[in-house]
Design a protein around this ligand. Structure first.
Ligand code: UDX
Length: 446
């Protein structure tokens, strides 16, 4: 192997996944994080969040001595490559906080001061166009007292992994995008990925820092806009008797120019990327003199979407005061415990504001939910208990476990069989035929 020793700065959802996947392929991976508690837990083999197969990958990496988590950045001085994968959270004005990225670059720079290594520094964190060239590279040069190009190299290499599929997406990406002003740096990183992916090597784009950075934002903006678009059509369909957005989405999805993915209408998109990245793109555009109104509209459409669940509940039950509402699904999407920007949060807050009593269940996100809602809501220990004596059930996340629930179960457990399908998981005709008052996003009145 060409590059053998790799440091990953920032052991969050991107960095940790990258680290364990590299370790699996035989690289020696050092994981640095400022959070000593996180580092200790990782060294004990404990995963800080839920992600399919992560525990197994971490255990194997530790057992084979291919992964070490540490709070000591000096371990980086002998590495061939350093990934920057720290967070870039949203600020109040929609722009992103680049201070963690800058700090990571400075830390790496200091470790390179006396190093003889020609290290490749790779920016994986999502950063606005211009950041690698104007912030990261200068910080590295200042702190290392060495020159980019001659003494070390910098690449921008955005990450497109999805939560819940993170390991799969890392091992089998659709494409690789590498940006730099240094062709040798691009070549070096491409070589690593050629080794990593072997025969499965995906298409690669070699480009400028800025194109790589903008590609990441554009990718998320496009996908989120696609979802907001179908949610807009859902709003129209809901007002047309016998219309159903699901069939319409199927119809347009078969057009090869459109494609069927990301056309599932629902209560809106959440998570750590779409909301943050779209706001950042809108803010950046404004700053450089462009009004990105299409993307701003995708954001505002999405902001309204969760309230639809409360509206449908009110239409079905009249006043929600003292009504018992079951909310199934809390995470922003299935197969994760992540509740960042999850639509369940505004839905539950909206229900509580109407005076409803809320009981929730989620296969992975209950711990997270307790931190957000405390004792303002009840926490069930399973889907069936959640439905017990409910006047209405709102399905907010399409966990596969919920798909298995039969109409009879809702009828048997609930006080009133009113079901609001916020993710289009169930067959409306089956539920209605069973006697359930069934409402769903994008489903017109019968
Ligand atoms: C996203 C991007 O897909 C990924 O490439 C990037 O690296 C990070 O951001 P992620 O946030 O994990 O990944 O979730 P994703 O599967 O894209 O879903 C985002 C949100 O859109 C979820 O809330 C999901 O429920 C919603 N969604 C998605 C829909 O409502 N309908 C769809 O058809 C697809």
């Amino acid at each position: 192997m060409g590059l053998e020793r790799i440091t990953v700065f920032g052991l969050g959802r991107v960095g940790l996944i990258m680290a364990v996947c590299l370790a699996k392929r035989g690289y020696e991976v050092l994981g640095f994080d400022v959070d000593s508690n996180l580092v200790e837990r990782l060294q004990d083999g404990e995963t800080p969040f839920y992600e399919p197969n992560l525990s197994e990958y971490l255990a194997a990496a530790l057992q084979k001595n291919r992964f070490t988590a540490t709070t000591d950045p000096s371990i980086n001085s002998r590495s061939d490559l350093a990934y920057i994968s720290v967070g870039t959270p949203s600020l109040a004005d929609g722009t992103i906080d680049l201070s963690y990225v800058e700090e990571a670059a400075k830390t790496i720079g200091r470790t390179l001061r006396d190093s003889r290594q020609h290290q490749l520094v790779v920016v994986k964190s999502t950063v606005t166009p211009g950041t690698a060239r104007n912030l990261i590279k200068p910080a590295l040069e200042r702190e290392s007292k060495r020159s980019a190009g001659t003494d070390f190299a910098v690449c921008s290499n955005p990450e497109f992994l999805r939560e819940g599929n993170a390991i799969h997406d890392t091992e089998f990406p659709d494409r690789i995008v590498i940006g730099s002003d240094d062709p040798a740096a691009i070549e070096k990183l491409e070589k690593l990925y050629r080794e990593f992916h072997g025969a499965q090597f995906p298409p690669i784009i070699r480009t400028s820092f800025e194109n790589a950075e903008l590609t990441k934002y554009t990718n998320n903006a496009f996908l989120a806009t696609k979802v907001s678009f179908i949610n807009c059509i859902a709003g129209i369909a809901e007002r047309i008797p016998h219309a159903d957005v699901k069939t319409v989405a199927e119809g347009i999805g078969l057009d090869g120019r459109i494609g069927s993915k990301f056309l599932n209408a629902g209560l809106g998109w959440g998570g750590s990327c779409f909301p943050k990245d779209l706001s950042a793109l809108v803010s950046l555009s404004k700053k450089i003199g462009y009004d990105a109104e299409l993307i701003a509209a995708a954001v505002s459409t999405n902001r309204k979407q969760p309230h639809k669940a409360v509206e449908l509940a009110k239409q079905a039950l009249g006043s929600l005061a003292e009504k018992q509402i079951a909310v199934l699904g809390l995470s922003f999407k299935p197969e994760t415990d992540d509740m960042r920007e999850a639509v369940s949060i505004p839905i539950i807050n909206g229900l509580l504001a109407e005076g409803a009593k809320v009981t929730v269940w989620d296969p992975e996100a209950i711990v997270e939910a307790r931190q957000i809602f405390g004792d303002r809501i009840e926490y069930a220990t399973g889907a069936l208990e959640c439905l017990e004596q409910a006047d209405c059930c709102i399905l907010a996340t399409e966990w596969v476990q919920f798909k298995k629930l039969r109409p009879e179960t809702f009828i048997e457990k609930m006080r009133e069989p009113v079901v609001i399908d916020g993710r289009r998981l169930y067959d409306p005709s089956e539920f209605r035929a069973a006697g359930i008052r069934f409402r769903a996003v994008g489903l017109g009145p019968d």
